[in-house]
Design a binder for this molecule. Structure first.
Ligand SMILES: [Zn+2]
Length: 456
């Protein structure tokens, strides 16, 4: 019997973690941490694993909500063998060390979960077994009940560098977990490569944009044109533009987009400000540029002239030296660089804040994007009011599939059953309804935290 238990990320974008039991072999698909929760609440429900076999963890990509709780898992279950793509492993080395500094603040009062050290992260990263796309690996867990092994492979998911959908096969049964997936192109990444994946028994499908009308999500090139027009207006008036971005993925994609617009002469040449781990991750993109499927192979992000944000102590510098500031975090979470710039930015008449990616409701970024020039806003429910003096513009440069793309995946892999994960109820409802209407024979499950699903 094969079964699935969502330990996190079932009905939200949070600590993605799904436990699979394949004939006695225990596998975790992802091991994420919730970016906005603190302490134990930010972790997947590891308690549910106590009496279950656990042998392997497959990591789909290096975003924190998919990898961030690996160090906690390894404290509790040190024998777990971890697999990822080589690129995910390389990025994880940067992001897990960076997260360790934040975790110390968020976990200090809770001794139930021991805080891990940088030395432990070094050991953990070294232990990750790197496996390239399309390679088939055969495994058996300690309590495996069959002569036949569990085979798995990573497939390029087109979301960020190293991202993978994961195919698991055992005894003729196929399970495909999309991870975060993009069927459309970006500036650097090209669309997911699912060519060989067909006739799946169980599809575990991300639902991020299931609830979002695709009219809202621009095609990359047309969003770039819109960005260019709005940015030119602000730069011509001597203003600077704050673009909150995730350090991993969005920083590199937007940097590449801005640079090519400037190079073509359509976007006013101005200073590009970057910094922090986004810059380190750009290095990994550069180092892997001949090793993965991507656009602009010749482009080295490191060669693009950039000014380090962290060298600037007095923010008035941005008035005298107008430019485009790529600062993490993407949702402007408290304590991050984009948040620290926010109060100053909101006060500047000639400046602009351009949202470019996904924002959870109730984050400061979401609140800013929902506002307009001249309004008063709070950055949190109990926060003080700020007057919005700068321009606010919202763009959609998506690293996730639009909802039609998600339905295309269903059509292509032709599954017998679908488990919807990684989305809110609205997103899962829309997708579920569409799937049942188009493919009545498909058995549909909506993942719920901790609730076991028998998958055959
Ligand atoms: Zn992701």
């Amino acid at each position: 019997m094969n079964s699935l238990i969502p330990l996190g990320g079932a009905d939200e974008i949070g600590a993605s973690c799904f436990y699979l039991n394949i004939n006695g072999t225990g596998i975790l698909l992802d091991c994420g941490i919730h970016p906005r929760k603190k302490g134990k609440d930010a972790l997947p429900k590891f308690d549910l694993l106590n009496d279950l076999p656990l042998d392997f963890a497959f990591i789909s990509h290096a975003h924190q909500d998919h990898i961030g709780s690996l160090p906690f898992l390894i404290h509790q279950f040190p024998h777990t063998i971890i697999y990822s793509t080589p690129q995910t492993k390389e990025i994880a080395e940067i992001t897990l060390h960076n997260a360790a500094n934040i975790i110390v603040e968020n976990f200090e009062q809770q001794d139930e979960y021991k805080i891990y050290t940088h030395e432990e992260i070094d050991l953990l990263v070294r232990s990750i077994r790197a496996t390239g796309y399309n390679e088939i690996i055969s495994l058996k867990g300690i309590r495996h009940n069959s002569q036949l092994p569990v085979n798995f492979s990573f497939y390029d998911a087109g979301h960020i560098l190293g991202s993978a959908g994961i195919l698991i096969e055992h005894n003729g049964q196929k399970i495909f977990y999309t991870g975060d997936i993009n069927t459309g192109g970006q500036s650097i990444m090209i669309e997911a490569d699912l060519g060989k994946i067909k006739n799946i028994d169980t599809l575990i499908l991300e639902s991020t944009y299931g609830g979002t009308d695709s009219g809202k999500i621009g095609v990359w090139q047309s969003e770039a044109k819109r960005f260019e027009a709005k940015a030119n207006k602000i730069l011509h008036n001597g203003g600077s533009i704050l673009v909150p971005v995730f350090a991993l993925g969005k920083t590199q994609e937007i940097l590449s987009t801005i640079f090519s617009l400037m190079k073509s002469g359509s976007l006013t040449e101005s200073i590009i400000y970057t910094g922090g781990i986004g810059k380190d991750i750009s290095r990994v993109y550069d180092n892997n540029r001949f090793l993965v499927r991507r656009n602009r192979i010749e482009l080295e992000l490191h060669d693009i002239p950039q000014y380090n944000i962290y060298d600037i102590e007095d923010f008035n510098f941005f008035k005298k030296n107008p430019g485009i500031v790529l600062a993490s975090s993407g949702m402007m979470l408290q304590g991050t660089t984009s948040y620290k710039l926010l109060d100053f930015w909101l006060r500047q008449e000639s400046f602009g804040i351009f949202g470019v990616g996904y924002m959870d409701t109730d984050t400061p970024g979401y609140r800013v994007m929902a506002s307009a020039k001249g309004e008063l806003i709070q950055l949190s429910e109990i926060g003080e009011y700020h007057k919005v003096n700068c321009e606010i513009e919202r763009f959609y440069f998506s690293s996730h599939s639009r909802r039609e793309g998600l339905l295309e995946i269903v059509k292509q892999v032709n599954p017998k059953s679908v488990v919807l994960v990684h989305g809110d109820h609205k997103s899962k409802d829309w997708l579920g309804y569409q799937i049942l209407e188009k493919y009545g024979h498909i058995k549909l499950h909506s993942a719920e935290p901790g609730k076991q699903i028998i998958i055959n």
